[in-house]
Design a protein around this ligand. Structure first.
Ligand SMILES: [Zn+2]
Ligand SMILES: [Zn+2]
Length: 498
């Protein structure tokens, strides 16, 4: 977008080119404006409350707002909206103010219609959220703060297990203070319930809370549960394609990616699955968390399988932590069994299922119990699904990260309309289905790290009426990760006194 600089009430201000009728004024790209002065707040201006609620604590592009350029500009001229640079030039390249990316290879230039430049630079790292380029300002709220509600009572009748209670109390005690806490809870410990009391206390103090998780599936599972227990609270979920992004929510459930849109918004930030890909590998996502919180904030991390760095920080008392080694229902975590499946890759190429796997498959189909079958790649997913369909007469389907029907299939599986679901590691976390067994086909493959296998095994036996779900690792040679995962689970069971 191009802007012209002009004097307004004896101050140098900027105006989008499209709103100026005077052709003698020279329009330049946003990045070429020498100074962007913030006009002082005009207390008599009637600001739009809807714009305030949508924009407060955010940094958005013009395209992301359902307001006209004219409306936004009026708020800027009266000091209620701030324009800031999306992409700045530095001595060594560029930096993206939305995602914090500074890597040269993640910037590109294009011939830009908006600023009429042949090489307008944009950020490729956060392009899935809409393009931030040198000529697109980020828009944020500069007017009065949104006042959040103090009436957000928790409506929940359930009871916490002893482990949950300890963790919950630790969290509650910390609300209102700055700092960090790690809750290290086994899969199936019931960590969502652990959050309830602390979140209630925070909301009732008028604080704004975010639960961020790397996975969309988890957002979709958590949002309805939180809406149900906080019926008086404005709750919104943020993920790619979400329709609630304009809800002025005090409690936000978001994918970590969507945090790029926030700025100094949250007093309490809860990062779920803090070890999960892509959060743990992507520094810009960690940057997003640090930008999305207010200067004084409290950070809570949740994980069943914390990274080495995090475990070390916890052990050295640099990071306060509390452990929940026991599952909610009090029964031990199912320990995976290793099953030799021979050269499974070759078998698939020959169009055959390995004999031990076929034997399990037939018995599983006959038992009527659901199973998730994890595979290492899309090509294995396709081949295996075809072969399984030939062998059994029960509803079988497959799902992967880019599957457009992913949401529907997971809910069909939950409703027992699918009995056997073949999946890539995308469903290793978050999905909770009772009466479930788990198989890993080709468990010796590199994608199945210790933490991935612990998470996968954690899908089984989550219901108190079916705590003995089976976990089978079909392999062609035990991997170190398989052995480590089994030891990890046995140790947690030991710590829980089981
Ligand atoms: Zn970016
Ligand atoms: Zn441009």
């Amino acid at each position: 977008m191009r802007f012209v600089s002009l004097l307004l009430n004896n101050r140098l201000t900027i105006t989008p080119e499209t709103l100026v009728n005077d052709p003698s004024l020279k329009a330049v790209s946003f990045s070429e404006l020498s100074v962007v002065e913030q006009p002082p707040l005009n207390p008599t201006f009637q600001y739009d409350e809807k714009l305030q609620q949508i924009l407060y604590g955010k940094k958005l592009l013009f395209d992301e707002l359902s307001f006209t350029v004219d409306q936004i500009q009026k708020h800027y001229e009266n000091g209620y909206v701030k324009y800031s640079t999306g992409i700045s030039k530095t001595s060594y390249g560029y930096v993206c103010s939305r995602c914090g990316n500074e890597k040269r290879r993640l910037f590109a230039t294009f011939s830009c219609f908006c600023c009429k430049s042949d090489n307008c630079a944009y950020c490729r790292n956060c392009i899935m959220m809409g393009r931030v380029s040198q000529c697109t300002p980020l828009i944020s709220w500069y007017g009065p703060e949104v006042k959040w509600s103090h009436e957000n009572n928790l409506f929940w009748k359930g009871e916490l297990s002893s482990g949950q209670r300890v963790a919950s109390q630790k969290f509650v005690e910390r609300i209102g203070f700055e700092g960090e806490l790690l809750i290290w809870a086994v899969c199936g410990a019931g960590k969502t319930e652990v959050l309830f009391k602390g979140v209630e206390k925070a909301l009732n103090l008028g604080l704004r809370v975010c639960i961020a998780t790397p996975r969309t599936d988890v957002v979709l599972e958590l949002a309805p549960r939180l809406k149900a227990v906080f019926p008086k609270t404005m709750v919104a979920s943020y993920y790619g394609g979400s329709e609630e992004r304009e809800t002025p929510a005090q409690l936000v459930i978001s994918t970590t990616h969507q945090l790029y849109r926030f700025k100094q918004a949250f007093n309490i930030m809860i990062v779920d699955e803090v070890d999960a890909f892509p959060y743990s590998y992507d520094q810009t996502l960690q940057h997003a968390v640090s930008i999305a919180v207010t200067p004084r904030h409290f950070l809570l991390y949740l994980s069943a399988t914390p990274s080495k760095t995090m475990k070390k920080a916890a052990m050295n008392e640099r990071l306060p932590f509390v452990k929940i080694p026991k599952r909610f229902h009090g029964f031990p975590l199912p320990v995976p069994k290793m099953v030799w499946a021979g050269e499974w890759k070759k078998s698939l190429e020959r169009g055959k299922l390995p004999a031990p796997f076929l034997k399990w498959l037939k018995a599983q189909a006959e038992s009527g119990r659901r199973a998730m079958i994890f595979v290492s790649s899309l090509s294995v997913l396709d081949k295996l699904t075809k072969l399984i369909r030939k062998e059994v007469n029960v509803p079988v389907d497959s799902v992967h990260a880019k599957d457009p029907l992913r949401k529907e299939k997971v809910s069909q599986f939950r409703n027992e309309d699918i009995q056997l679901l073949i999946t890539t590691t995308i469903l290793e976390r978050g999905v909770t289905v009772p009466f479930l067994d788990v198989a890993v086909f080709g468990a010796d493959h590199d994608v199945f790290t210790e933490s991935a296998l612990v998470q996968i095994a954690g899908r089984a036996g989550r219901s108190k009426d079916d705590h003995n779900g089976e976990v089978l690792l079909f392999h062609y040679g035990k991997s170190l990760s398989m052995i480590q995962a089994i030891n990890h689970i046995k140790n947690m069971n030991k710590e829980a006194g089981l």
